[in-house]
Design a protein around this ligand. Structure first.
Ligand code: ATP
Length: 355
């Protein structure tokens, strides 16, 4: 069965500059998918092509099997929310939400009734008659969300919608958007460059870099099994060491810091192959005494960054920087400038091919 939204071989040139390079993607009906990537990686361009505000230089997009070619943005039945809300300043909240229904020929009575119901769903009951300037940033963004959803779009596109909000409000809105999306079951694409936001909200994450898709995976898979060094470095904190495979059949690699590393044997690697060896900071354990068994190395502590409930211990082992995440209580065993030991479980090691 084919997917609900399909992007096939999408390329975009701006003059000589290639903004998108062979983007292929399938999204299922009802999914919440996030586009994650650094600034300029092509997230917004992809979204704008889906919405019909930009045109692909090459490639094809279908929703529910129907090609979008030649359809104007308003003919695509797609709801969009931008970072800057883009509300009509002279219209009240309910008039803003009613607007897309008015454009689609709904009667005023029915349209306003539906707009009020939508405002209630986004938590703005009682705010219908306010103008945008009489609403907070978070409330304005809820109005924008209601306006994008009121006409029951085939697809909801959210382009960094929470970028202008402070941290607490942002977290509150993340939960709200998820709740509303689930309730309505609307297929959604959310653009962000904030990896924690992507991790906490998404069914699947699409990681972009330099106009290409690096990986598509569910949040935990992306975190524990990144395909590339870029993804490992962009999603979460990591220790990434250059190494090489010594026994592919047995799943053994070697690197300067971690010495011999065992990993689940995998046919993708061959003997002698150069690889990157990844261990997340929370998978390293610090101790004063050398562990009596298992895998371990020595480390000198340079800096301890305390976050209250946890701390990041930054140091080095030989010439290589090492980062260890410890729970608050554990940090008292070690001080800056001291030598210690780090140990880990073999199955915490993830191997990434170097290419
Ligand atoms: P951000 O997180 O900063 O919004 P992004 O991943 O959404 O970044 P895009 O806005 O898709 O990135 O831009 C991708 C690349 O295409 C960038 O290098 C950008 O400068 C370029 N680009 C985007 N729009 C145009 C345009 N209209 N003309 C020329 N280049 C453009």
């Amino acid at each position: 069965m084919s997917s609900y939204l399909n992007l096939s071989g999408v390329n975009k040139m701006f003059g000589d500059f290639q903004a998108l390079d062979d983007v292929n993607l399938d999204i299922e009906r009802g999914e919440f998918v996030t586009f994650l990537g650094p600034s300029g990686s092509g997230k917004t361009t992809t979204l704008m092509i889906i919405a019909g505000f930009e045109h692909a230089t090459k490639g094809r997009i279908t929703i529910d099997g129907k090609p979008l070619d030649g359809l104007k943005p308003y003919q695509r039945n797609i709801g969009i929310v931008f970072q800057n809300y883009a509300l009509f300043p002279h219209k009240t909240a309910v008039e803003n939400v009613y607007f897309p229904l008015q454009m689609r020929g709904a009667s005023r009575k029915e349209g306003l009734e539906k707009a009020n119901q939508m405002l209630e769903l986004v938590g703005l009951k009682g705010f219908s008659e306010r103008h945008p300037k009489e609403l907070s940033g978070g409330q304005q963004q809820r109005v924008a969300l209601a306006r994008a959803l009121v006409f029951e779009p085939s697809l909801l596109l959210l382009d960094e919608p929470l970028g202008a909000l402070d941290k607490n409000l942002r977290e509150q809105m993340q939960i709200e958007i998820k709740r509303i999306q689930k309730r309505l079951g609307v297929t959604t694409i959310f653009v962000t460059h904030d990896q924690t936001e992507a991790m906490s909200m998404s069914d699947r994450i699409v990681v972009f870099d330099k106009g290409r898709i690096e990986q598509v995976a569910d949040p935990l898979d992306l975190y524990h099994r990144p395909n590339t060094r870029f993804v490992a470095g962009f999603v979460g904190e990591s220790n990434i060491m250059a190494g090489h495979v010594v026994d592919a059949a047995a799943g053994v690699a070697e690197c300067a810091v971690f010495g011999t590393c065992r990993y689940p044997a995998d046919a993708r690697f061959s003997n002698g192959q150069a690889v990157n060896i990844l261990i997340r900071p929370e998978h390293l354990k610090i101790s004063r005494k050398a562990p009596e068994s298992g895998e371990w190395a020595t480390m000198t502590v340079d800096t301890i960054v305390n976050y209250g409930d946890n701390a990041l211990v930054i140091g080095h082992s030989g010439d290589h920087p090492v980062r260890v995440r410890v729970l608050g209580a554990d940090v008292v065993i070690i001080q800056e400038g001291e030598d210690c030991h780090i140990s880990w479980q073999p199955d915490a090691v993830h191997i990434i091919s170097e290419a």
